[in-house]
Every structure is written in structure tokens, then in C-alpha cells.
Write a protein that binds this ligand. Structure first.
Ligand SMILES: *[C@@H]1O[C@H](CO)[C@@H](O)[C@H](O)[C@H]1NC(C)=O
Ligand SMILES: *[C@@H]1O[C@H](CO)[C@@H](O)[C@H](O)[C@H]1NC(C)=O
Ligand SMILES: *[C@@H]1O[C@H](CO)[C@@H](O)[C@H](O)[C@H]1NC(C)=O
Ligand SMILES: *[C@@H]1O[C@H](CO)[C@@H](O)[C@H](O)[C@H]1NC(C)=O
Ligand SMILES: *[C@@H]1O[C@H](CO)[C@@H](O)[C@H](O)[C@H]1NC(C)=O
Ligand SMILES: *[C@@H]1O[C@H](CO)[C@@H](O)[C@H](O)[C@H]1NC(C)=O
Ligand SMILES: *[C@@H]1O[C@H](CO)[C@@H](O)[C@H](O)[C@H]1NC(C)=O
Ligand SMILES: *[C@@H]1O[C@H](CO)[C@@H](O)[C@H](O)[C@H]1NC(C)=O
Ligand SMILES: *[C@@H]1O[C@H](CO)[C@@H](O)[C@H](O)[C@H]1NC(C)=O
Length: 890
């Protein structure tokens, strides 16, 4: 029963299916069509900015040249283009006809034949092959005849590549939508690793063909593309292109040709037809610019010893240098590096790494000799540049690995090299190159290196490298090091684990190990590892059980550590309010749910606030402060994070750790871990962990550094990088090709200054970050008839200060933190250029605007604001007293 009803249903269903006729032409008839192609280009979401509107008009004669005797839906169609014209309608209300060079017109109006089988274009033949760009216009026209009467999704090839299309068929029309994102075509261009910073891309492509007795009456194809920079959505492009073919008339025409095969048919024709591929190919990018490279070579010879890396002029110069070096030879690049003086050599290393061509990498390989001690600062520069490349190549990885296997004069260089190798591996893996044999080799080197490490220092370096690499297969190994070791190895392994996303960290195996460390089930861990295990657990999707094991561990922690953990738990539970409700209150007497700030004595805390927000990207700053029981700062972590709806990027994280400072302050009891006095810093920039540095280790070291240091700020980071480097090719359905390029060049100078005044018993630190950012977005449509380019550039320069003032007398110690940024002027400019070579005209429209983001202070927690007020008042009083003294010398 069920079987029959099913088959009945099947029959009923198939009977209601609508079949369209197969598009085809009748013999002995010539059809005239009117063809229009409309192209519109505008800045994305900027309606006030200049736009381009171009039109192509032509008349097309089409007739059936041959058809298959056994299957009449297989046909050869000959097209003849006539009256080809280009109109420029960019200025509203006008439509100007643009001249076309005679030779090009000859090519455009040469006959074309296409092979049509049941609506699918299976072959294309032409007589004029000279101009590849004009052929694309032909391809776009012929692609318009491809409408298959097949409902449902299919893979189909046309001018844009092999794409997924969906057909919707009715009796007299066929509708098609194309998923442009699915198109497979020639590889071209590159994308950046950082998802937060990339490009949002949205496109639609659809069309229909209406038929009358199988003959196409009207064919329309429309597509639109919106591309915009994630960092700033005002930078982007909106492209639409619309093709239309409309039947005007038909008249008796020449009879079809007999032939057993396509070749035999083509052989009978007077003109010689060549097969042409339907898919288009990316055109070569403009060649090298000799004058630019010469200019850089001249600059490099100038004695330039101080370069302001974050100045806009330098950043723009950097971006241009990268683009010029992309077409430089190895010899030229090597000359540039060899003749450059001090700072400029650093600058050109950044540029050569960012250009990343085989020639620039070969030049870097020759130039950098890791056994030369004199070059040490260049080696570090090279390694960090490599780590920040937005889309590293395997060749770059091999260059780094090769240098690390040769002789190295400075042990710290080796450490930096190993740490950044992990960062390059991570990026290559995210680009889908994880199983490339050279990447596999690098991964194996890091894992074996950890396995063979002889002491804790070495283990720490390999663990930091794995922290950068973010390899899922390293998780069990990291867990093992966390569980079986203590001290720096355990805490570094935990910090490597913290880099993984919460979903990965939330598996029970990982949580179990964290709970075991917290509960000291198998061994006794040091305080730092203890704290970090709690933090790791807090960075998962926490459960009631996790909260319980954390609260059980709190009982054994000192007041400040448990204050910090409670503060973090509070932040975490704010994100998960449902957990807050279902949770049984675990914190006995010290728990007052309405007022977490009075949870426990102590000043350690975590804080975060919003730095800025655009519609797509939010940036936040965070601060995490841990004090010792005696009131000294033990650890401070500050970070700046960028978010959009799906991705996030730790743009910057600086962690400063101090231990054993009590011994320096004299007399006070030290914490039970009797380490010698040490202060160190560990920083991560754009998701890349840098080599940790130690400011001083031990009393004697401190004293010698105090006496040898100058009052100049210490330069922590200086350089230029491409934050975003994006090049994309869009082969439009109309045959026109758009090339989209987006680059974000950043210049960064981070310096720090520490002043200790014995007299005022006060210490002041300043971390200053100066940054210059140049974002540009360019779209070009280039045919040999016209060239359109749409450019947008935004640039901004800013300076951010993080100041701290610590009063070293009195208990508890007073400390004030301040974060502020100066006025940030920024400028946007938009340039449209249209060039018509045959009529020798170029139209350029420029528009721009300037604005300033007012400088401001960013608040931290209330306790900080109060302490700042107290310290400021004290400062005002002492400066008043100072004035009184100078005015009235006794
Ligand atoms: C087309 O024209 C040829 C010769 O003019 C004639 O032999 C043939 O029968 C015609 N075919 C049709 C389908 O009318
Ligand atoms: C095809 O598209 C045209 C125009 O958008 C529309 O009028 C028609 O209803 C569509 N036909 C089908 C079968 O979806
Ligand atoms: C992408 O296109 C869809 C449909 O047209 C629209 O709803 C969406 O807002 C677009 N997104 C962007 C980023 O332009
Ligand atoms: C004509 O169609 C038949 C059946 O589809 C096919 O076998 C034959 O190869 C076709 N002839 C030519 C010349 O393509
Ligand atoms: C090379 O670059 C210079 C400076 O940007 C420019 O003026 C010149 O037109 C460029 N030449 C070519 C052939 O692109
Ligand atoms: C902590 O470890 C002890 C044994 O060392 C065990 O009895 C206890 O259940 C553990 N607690 C948790 C929360 O795992
Ligand atoms: C820790 O806090 C408790 C009460 O919250 C207090 O009695 C104790 O003195 C504090 N310990 C230290 C070392 O300050
Ligand atoms: C951002 O969003 C606001 C409100 O949703 C809107 O008014 C504004 O135009 C948007 N800005 C951009 C650049 O999209
Ligand atoms: C194009 O214009 C420029 C300057 O207006 C002129 O020097 C040049 O000779 C012109 N070329 C042609 C082919 O007309």
C-alpha cells in the first residue's frame, strides 16, 4: 500500500514539474538583438563621493550555423557584433560617446561562434586573439546565452569560473542565481591572516532568459558586489553590472551548414576560427616602475640615522616601498639593504619582508648573516617582521628556519627565532598550508625541541613557540607539561593553553587537569601556576563544578590572589548570568552577591573598558593588577583587544611581573617563595608573543643598570608593518574584471620610561605608544577601451600614554594609573579616475575631509581614581611648597 501511494505521489509530483523549452535557434533565420552593458562603481556607503557609470551598447546578429542531426538542441551559433559603442554617463544627465580605436573596433566586431548544447555553452571560437581584454567582453556576451533548463543546483563554467548555480525553470523562462563565492578560478592575489582586519564581501548574481518557442526574447543578468574594509567600513567599493540582450527583429537568413563534426563545420568557413576558453584569466599586474626603485636606491644612500617610524610620511613611504620592492630584483634589494644607514636598514628590512617576493627574500638571505654580532639588531628586526607578515609564504618560513640552523652569534636571537617560528607556522596553518612538508618540518622541529630541551629556560622558549603556533595537536603535550611540572614550565604551558579558544578549552580533559592543579591532587604547585590554572579554568565556558573547585582553592590562596580571582569570576559571571542564578552560593561568609567589590580585603583587580567603537569593530582596553600581601605591585597585564561580531584579535598585551621586591625595600618580610628581586616584561602584539625581556635580575644587576642607564626612554618596539594586505580579482559576469586592493600600513613606536625618585620616594613609569596608520582601498577596472580607478585613503596618527605613579612609602602603597590618548586628526580622501585612451581624455575627481577625534582619558576602576586624586593633591601641595621655597630663599 505504502509503496503504491509513494509511487503515485512521485508520478503526481513529476507531472506537475514544469519543463522549459531548451533555448535554441531556428534554421534559415537571422535574429537581431540589442545588447547593453551597464557598469556602476561607487565608494561603499559614501553616497556623496564621485561615482562612475559606463555603458556599452551594440547590435548583435545571431543565426544558426549548424545543428546536430540526431540532437537538434546541439547547435553552433554565429554572432556578429555591430555598432559597438561606449558611453560615459558619469556626470548626471549626460551621456557622452567615447571614441574607439579602429583596430580595437575591428576585433570587437569580428564574428564569434559558440557551441550550444541544451542551453550550455560548451565551446567558443573567435578570429581575433590579439587583445585579451577585449576577448573578455566577448566572453561576457556569450556567457549570457548560457541558461540550462534544469531546475536545481549545478556546477557550471562561465566567464567567472566554475561556479555553483541554481536554476528555477518555468514554461517560458529560466531564472538563474550564481553563488559568486563558490566560483573556482585561477588563483590570484592574497588575503590577510587577521580576520578582524580583513574584508567583508557580499555579492549577488542573478539573471533570467525569457523564451518564445525556444528562441531567447530577453536575457538579463545582474550582479552586485559590496566589499568593505572591516577596520573602517567607509573604505570599500560597490560595483554593479547589468547586461541585457533583447530581441528586436528576425528575418530570413542564410541556411545552415552540413558537417559531421565541429571541426569540419569550422573548416568550411572562410575565416579561420580558434578555440577560446570561456573562463577568463587574471591579467598581469602593471610592471615594475624603474623610477620608483631608483628613487629608493638614492634615499638609501642618504645618511639618515633617525627615522620616526610612526610618522604618517614614513608609513606612506613604507607602503610605497613595499609595493615598489614587489617588482625589484634581488640585486636592487640587496643594494638597498647594503647602502642604507642604521635606521633606514631597519626600515628596508621591514619593507623587504612585507614585499615577500622570491627576489626580496633571496636578498635578505644574502644580507643577513646571523653569525655577525654587529648585525644582531637587524636579525631581531628581521625575525619580528617575519612574524607580523599578514600572509607569510612557505619560503619565508624556510628562510627563517635556514637562518636558525646556521651559526648564530647571539643566544637571544636564537630564542626570538624559535618563538616567532611558531607564529609563522600558525599563520600558514590558518592559510590551509598546515600539511605542506616544510610546515610539517617546522612543527616537528618545535615539538622535538621541547621534547629534547635540557633545562627550564629552553623548555620555556619552546613552550612560547607552541603558544604562538596554536596547534591542536600540541594540547596534550601542553597539558602534560602543565600537570607534571611546576614553576616557570608549568605556568608557561598554562599560558600557551590560554591562547586557545574557549570551546577547545572547555573539554573535560583540560578542565580536569586544571582542577587537579588547583586542588594540588598530585603535587604542590607554585602560587603563579595555581593562579594561572584558575585563570585557565575561568577562560573556559565555566560550570558550577568549576566554580566550586575555584572557590575551594581560594581558601588556600593569599588575600590578594583570591581577590583577583574573585574579581575575574565576577566579570565572567556577568557574561553568564544564567550560571549566576543556578549556582549554589559557594563562598560561605565572604560572599555578598550584590556587592562583589567588598568580597574580600585586597586591591588586586581586573578591569576593562571600551576604547572605541565603529559599527563593525569594537576595541577594548583591559587591566589586570595583582599585588603582594605587603602592597607592592606583583603583576600587571594591560591589553587592547579588537572585536567584531565573529572574530577577535589581541592587538596588544603587555605583562609586567615583579618578584622579590620586598627584599629591595628592606626589612619587610618576603613572600615564602624566596626568589631574588626581578622585574621582567612579556608582550604580545597582534597575536604574536614576543621574546620576554628581563629588566633586572637581582640587586646588583639593578644597581648597575640604574647607573648605566640614560634618562632617554627605552625603545621597546619600532617598525612598520602591513596590518592588512589584500588583493582580489573579480571576474564579473559581464566579462569586465575588477581588481580590489586593500592595504593597511602601520608605523609603531612603543617606548617606556621609568623614573625612580629616592627623594620623593616615588616611582613613575610611562609607556608611550605612537602609531601612524594609513589605510587604502583601491578598485580598478581595466579594459583596453577604458580604465577606471576608485581610490580611498584614510590616515590617522595618534599617541597613547599609559602612566603610573607609585608612592613607595606608607601602607598600603598608593598607586595611580592613567591612560589617555592625544587628539587624533584623521583625513579621508577619495579619488576617481576615468581614462579613455582613444579619445585621450582623463577625468579625475578628488574629494576629501578632515576631522579630529578629541583626546581623552580612559577611566579605570573607582579605587584607582581615588588614589590618583590623593596623589595629585599631594603633588599639588608639594609643588606649591616648592614654589614658596623658590620665591623666598631664606
Ligand atoms: C532552409 O533553406 C534551405 C535552402 O534555402 C532549404 O533547403 C531548407 O529546407 C530550409 N530549411 C527550413 C527548415 O526551412
Ligand atoms: C524569473 O525572474 C523574473 C524577473 O525577475 C520574474 O518575473 C519571474 O517570475 C521569475 N521566474 C521564476 C520561475 O522564478
Ligand atoms: C549582504 O547582502 C545581504 C542581502 O542583500 C544584506 O542583507 C546584508 O546586509 C549585506 N551585508 C553587507 C555587509 O553588505
Ligand atoms: C550529435 O549528438 C549525438 C547524440 O547526443 C552524439 O553522439 C554525437 O557525437 C553528436 N555529434 C556531433 C558532431 O557532436
Ligand atoms: C612610477 O612612479 C612614479 C612615482 O609614483 C610615477 O610618477 C610614475 O608615473 C610611475 N611610472 C609608471 C610607469 O607607472
Ligand atoms: C582534592 O583532592 C583530595 C585528595 O587529595 C580529594 O579528596 C578531594 O575530593 C579533591 N577535591 C576536588 C574538588 O577534586
Ligand atoms: C586577609 O583577610 C582577612 C579578612 O578578610 C584578614 O583578617 C587578614 O589579616 C588578611 N591577611 C593579610 C595577610 O592581610
Ligand atoms: C553606524 O550605525 C549607525 C546607527 O545604526 C548609523 O546611523 C550610521 O550611519 C552607521 N555608520 C556607518 C558608517 O555605517
Ligand atoms: C593626448 O593629449 C596630450 C596632452 O593633452 C597630447 O600631448 C597628446 O599628443 C595627445 N595624444 C593623442 C594621441 O592625441
Amino acid at each position: 500500500m505504502a509503496g503504491t501511494s509513494k509511487s503515485l505521489l512521485l508520478i503526481a509530483c513529476c507531472l506537475t514539474l514544469v519543463f522549459s523549452e531548451v533555448p535554441s535557434f531556428q534554421p534559415n533565420t537571422s535574429y537581431q538583438y540589442y545588447y547593453t552593458l551597464d557598469l556602476f562603481l561607487a565608494q561603499f556607503a559614501q553616497s556623496a563621493m564621485p561615482t562612475t557609470r559606463l555603458q556599452i551598447h551594440a547590435t548583435i546578429d545571431a543565426f544558426l550555423l549548424w545543428k546536430n542531426k540526431t540532437q537538434s538542441e546541439e547547435q553552433l551559433i554565429k554572432l556578429q557584433v555591430k555598432d559597438f559603442a561606449v558611453y560615459n554617463g558619469s556626470t548626471p544627465g549626460s551621456k557622452e560617446s567615447m571614441a574607439i580605436n579602429g583596430e580595437k573596433r575591428g576585433c570587437l566586431e569580428a564574428p564569434i561562434i559558440f557551441h550550444w548544447r541544451s542551453g550550455k555553452v560548451v565551446g567558443l571560437y573567435g578570429t581575433c586573439e590579439k587583445d585579451r581584454q577585449l576577448l573578455d567582453i566577448t566572453r561576457g556576451l556569450v556567457s549570457l546565452f548560457q541558461f540550462q533548463p534544469l531546475s536545481g543546483s549545478h556546477i557550471e563554467e562561465d566567464v567567472s569560473g566554475r561556479c555553483q548555480v541554481t536554476y528555477n525553470v518555468s514554461q517560458d523562462s529560466i531564472n538563474k542565481t550564481k553563488d559568486f563565492g563558490s566560483c573556482k578560478n585561477s588563483p590570484f592575489g592574497y588575503k590577510s591572516d587577521f580576520k578582524v582586519l580583513g574584508i567583508s564581501w557580499n555579492s549577488t548574481s542573478r539573471g533570467y532568459m525569457s523564451l518564445n518557442a525556444s528562441v531567447p526574447q530577453k536575457v538579463v543578468s545582474e550582479e552586485s558586489h559590496n566589499l568593505s574594509a572591516r577596520l573602517r567600513s567607509q573604505l570599500g567599493v560597490h560595483i554593479t553590472s547589468r547586461q541585457e540582450l533583447e530581441l528586436i527583429s528576425s528575418e530570413p537568413g542564410s541556411p545552415e551548414i552540413e558537417g559531421e563534426s565541429i571541426d569540419m563545420v569550422l573548416g568550411q568557413l572562410q575565416e579561420k576560427f580558434h578555440k577560446i576558453e570561456l573562463m577568463s584569466y587574471p591579467r598581469d599586474r602593471p610592471g615594475r616602475n624603474e623610477t620608483l626603485i631608483k628613487r629608493y636606491l638614492e634615499t638609501s644612500k642618504k645618511k639618515m640615522n633617525k627615522l620616526a617610524f610612526s610618522k604618517l610620511s614614513t608609513v606612506r613611504y613604507f607602503r610605497n616601498a613595499v609595493n615598489a620592492l614587489r617588482s625589484a630584483t634581488k640585486r636592487e634589494t640587496l643594494m638597498l639593504l647594503q647602502t642604507a644607514s642604521s635606521d633606514l636598514a631597519l626600515f628596508f628590512i621591514d619593507a623587504a619582508v612585507a614585499a615577500q617576493t622570491p627576489a626580496t627574500l633571496a636578498a635578505l638571505s644574502d644580507f643577513l648573516d646571523f653569525s655577525k654580532k654587529k648585525q644582531t639588531h637587524l636579525h631581531e628586526k628581521f625575525l619580528y617582521s617575519a612574524a607580523f607578515t599578514p600572509h607569510p609564504t612557505v619560503d619565508l618560513l624556510n628562510l627563517v628556519m635556514g637562518k636558525l640552523q646556521a651559526k648564530i652569534s647571539e643566544p637571544a636571537t636564537m630564542e626570538t627565532g624559535l618563538i616567532i617560528t611558531g607564529a609563522i607556522v600558525a599563520k600558514l596553518c590558518r592559510m590551509g598550508l598546515c600539511s605542506d612538508k616544510d610546515v610539517e618540518f617546522a612543527k616537528a622541529t618545535l615539538l622535538e625541541g621541547l621534547n629534547n630541551a635540557e633545562d627550564e629556560t629552553e623548555m620555556k622558549i619552546f613552550l612560547l613557540s607552541l603558544k604562538n603556533a596554536q596547534l591542536p595537536e600540541s594540547i596534550p603535550i601542553l597539558l602534560q607539561y602543565a600537570a607534571e611540572r611546576t614553576g616557570v614550565v608549568c605556568s608557561t604551558a598554562l599560558s600557551a593553553l590560554q591562547g586557545f579558544p574557549a570551546e577547545i578549552l572547555s573539554i573535560e580533559e583540560i578542565k580536569d587537569i586544571m582542577r587537579q592543579i588547583l586542588n594540588q591532587t598530585h603535587r604542590v604547585y607554585d602560587k603563579k601556576s595555581w593562579l594561572m590554572a584558575a585563570e585557565t579554568l575561568l577562560s573556559t565556558n565555566i560550570s558550577v563544578e568549576d566554580v566550586n573547585s575555584i572557590s575551594a582553592a581560594l581558601e588556600f590562596m593569599d588575600n590578594e590572589t583570591s581577590k583577583l580571582i574573585l574579581s575575574k569570576l565576577h566579570h565572567k559571571l556577568r557574561e553568564q548570568p544564567q550560571l549566576m542564578k543556578t549556582m549554589k552560593i559557594p563562598f560561605k561568609d565572604m560572599y555578598i552577591i550584590d556587592d562583589w567589590t567588598t568580597l574580600k580585603a585586597g586591591r588586586s583587580t581586573v578591569f576593562s573598558g571600551r576604547l572605541s567603537a565603529t559599527n563593525e569593530t569594537v576595541s577594548t582596553y583591559g587591566l589586570d593588577l595583582l599585588f603582594t600581601e605587603s602592597g607592592l605591585l606583583k603583576r600587571s597585564i594591560s591589553d587592547i583587544t579588537l572585536y567584531n561580531d565573529i572574530h577577535q584579535l589581541k592587538a596588544m598585551q603587555v605583562s609586567i611581573e615583579a618578584q622579590g621586591l620586598e627584599t629591595l625595600m628592606g626589612g619587610e618580610e618576603t613572600e615564602n617563595e624566596d626568589d631574588s628581586a626581578m622585574v621582567g616584561m612579556s608582550a604580545a602584539l597582534l597575536g604574536v608573543q614576543l621574546r620576554p625581556v628581563v629588566f633586572f635580575n637581582g640587586y646588583m644587576d639593578l644597581v648597575s643598570k640604574v647607573f648605566t642607564s640614560s634618562s632617554e626612554p627605552i625603545k621597546v618596539v619600532r617598525g612598520n608593518i602591513l596590518l592588512v594586505d589584500y588583493l582580489q580579482w573579480l571576474p564579473l559576469q559581464s566579462g569586465l574584471q575588477a581588481v580590489v586592493q586593500h592595504q593597511a600600513a602601520l608605523g609603531l613606536e612603543i617606548s617606556s620610561k621609568i623614573e625612580v625618585s629616592i627623594w620623593d620616594q616615588e616611582s613613575k613609569t610611562n609607556i608611550n605608544t605612537k602609531a601612524g596608520l594609513v589605510l587604502d582601498f583601491m578598485t580598478e577596472i581595466d579594459t583596453s577601451l577604458f580604465h577606471v580607478s576608485l581610490k580611498a585613503e584614510t590616515h590617522a596618527e595618534t599617541s597613547v600614554d599609559l602612566d603610573s605613579v607609585m608612592q613607595l612609602v606608607g601602607s598600603p602603597m598608593q598607586m595611580c594609573l592613567e591612560l589617555r590618548h592625544d587628539d587624533m586628526p584623521y583625513r579621508e580622501s577619495y579619488i576617481l579616475t576615468e581614462t579613455f585612451p582613444a579619445s585621450n581624455t582623463t577625468r579625475t575627481v578628488r574629494k576629501g575631509r578632515t576631522s579630529t577625534l578629541r583626546g581623552r582619558d580612559f577611566p579605570f576602576h573607582n579605587a584607582n581614581s581615588e588614589m590618583c586624586r590623593t596623589l595629585k593633591d599631594a603633588e599639588d601641595i608639594s609643588s606649591m611648597l616648592g614654589q614658596l621655597q623658590t620665591e623666598e630663599p631664606y
